[in-house]
Design a protein around this ligand. Sequence first.
Ligand code: UDP
Ligand code: MG
Length: 345
Amino acid sequence: MTQTGPEILACPWPASGSDRRRAGRGLLSVVIPCHNEEEVIAATHARLAAVLPATGMDFEIVYVDDGSRDGTLRGLEAIAAHDPRAVVIELARNFGQQAAMSAGLAAARGDAIVITDADLQDPPEVIPEMVRRWREGVDVAYGRRRHRDGETAFKLVTASLFHRLFASLIPYPMPVDTGDFKLIDRAVADAVNALPEKRRYLRSLVPWAGFRHEPVWYDRHARVAGTTKYSPWKLLKLAGDALVLSSDAPVRLTWVAAAGLGGIGIVSGSVALVGQLTAAAPQPGVSLAAVTAVVATVAAVQTAAVAIVGEYVVRAYREAQGRPTWVVRRTLGRERATTGSSRAA
Ligand code: UDP
Ligand code: MG
């Protein structure tokens, strides 16, 4: 996809004024990425099929099999054979959870779309409350965790610290203590689907789009069966990816290092100079302060050069990412606002 200039991503219909939305009618999609989830998938479908009628909406459940090597795909085929509301997308190999969720989001046809995991850690019983908030005009009703069962203390502490650090480093509001479990309005899904970037971290792309976000508090349970698909190493890689995709802060840190080294250079140089000027007789040799001043100043200049190159690289990267310059939530007073396409230049 090529972009010739800034693009406007317009809502297909006014986000909060629609009768259809206020009445909560229309179609609800539930997107579920699945990787080696044969132990849980039947239970997950049964729970969703029991709970979703309470939303009062028609629904489809979009399962994305992300290159499972166990019986997940067979299980999903059996579900689809008996339930026409199930849609199964089989990816050609394991592309990772972010890719699987993105594939499901692109295929979902709902007026509102819920993203959730396959393992019932996020209770489907919360979905009707999310739909209620959506009816009231909230565009992103995100699950915010009160408690998390079945996680190690290490994971709880590192996740909490990372969420807070991440939120402080990215240039738009980012909710904390939340994962992928959320309901998003069709307009938000259109905005996210239209982004041309290939590497995706949906937890920050949805907040990037803007719109109205509200938490729905819930308790996160332990997995019903099976084990986590994330080793600490895989989590660390995901965290690094998330940061670089969404924030220029790592490059800005280089400036902080350059300024620190420059400060050491100035202070050491001053100490060396004052030492020479106040000495009764000229000091023989080179003082430690003078050596420190030279080394720190050279290091500061080099680090600043790296930071300048970093500024160009990060700008080139953001341009290559190709995100639009703005996203429109709604337009009043024009035909296009009520009938418009999801993408207009
Ligand atoms: N998942 C996936 N592809 C992967 C890894 C995980 O689709 O490569 C799915 C997995 O089946 C589950 C969700 O992503 O539905 C979250 O994974 P998991 O429950 O293992 O993560 P945790 O809850 O332990 O962080
Ligand atoms: Mg899980």
